[in-house]
Design a protein. Structure first.
Lengths: 94, 130
């Protein structure tokens, strides 16, 4: 079982690297934010598996906080970018 | 912690399915070309992938407090992920000036008209069959 958990964590790490490549390549800003959201979700899966692997169920609390923070981060970054874009448009129009 | 074989096999299958779903979603994100379509692939990670992995770990933990925490994580994900997707789509549609080159944009009245036309034609076809 331990080997299986290690292997699944390694596969998830490779997928996180792939998502990181998407975040670097992504032509539009929404691509990048989406890739960061994906990285967050997969990191939570890794932490959840690690919590069973190490027998430390308190790591699941970290998962919960990580999920909440990544959710807030996506919303804040998107809203700030929309605000900046509108301000720029207004300045160009004036 | 004592884990029987009856727990290990379904848990391993569920975790493997979760990892597989995440792999397919990551592959889809590279294969699909526009961000509004890509979001469909990336949403699979948030909903199905997390559910499978949490279910697998829940079977391993048994009926206990960590299982409840895993359930809370899944519930939080299922509430947060649609909100995230909605705001990301807002960002894309607000800031992309060349949106009409990627997809067809109709005013709401045109969509309603098309839907009512489709309904009428479907009703007419149904009447013919009876």
């Amino acid at each position: 079982m331990k080997t299986f958990l290690i292997v699944s964590m390694i596969i998830l790490m490779i997928l996180i690297l792939a998502a990181m490549i998407r975040a670097i390549l992504g032509p539009r800003i929404a691509d990048r934010i989406m890739a960061i959201n994906m990285i967050g979700s997969m990191t939570i899966a890794v932490i959840a598996i690690l919590s069973f692997y190490l027998g430390e169920s308190s790591l699941l609390d970290i998962c919960l906080i990580y999920a909440a923070i990544s959710f807030v981060a996506v919303i804040v970054i998107s809203k700030i970018y929309i605000g900046i874009y509108r301000e720029k448009k207004q300045r160009e129009g004036a | 912690m004592n884990i029987s074989l009856f727990q290990v096999i379904p848990a391993a299958v569920l975790i493997a399915l979760g990892v597989l779903v995440m792999a397919i979603a990551t592959f889809g994100v590279f294969r699909i070309h526009y961000v509004l379509n890509r979001m469909h692939a990336s949403a699979m990670i948030d909903s199905l992938g997390t559910l499978f992995i949490a279910a697998g770990l829940g079977i391993l933990y048994g009926f206990s407090m960590p299982t409840l925490k895993l359930l809370v994580i899944v519930a939080l994900f299922w509430c947060a992920s649609p909100v995230c997707a909605h705001i990301l789509i807002d960002l894309e549609t607000d800031t992309n000036e060349a949106l009409s080159s990627h997809c067809e944009i109709l005013p709401l009245s045109a969509v309603e008209e098309e839907l009512s036309e489709r309904e009428a034609s479907e009703e007419a076809e149904g009447g013919m069959e009876i």
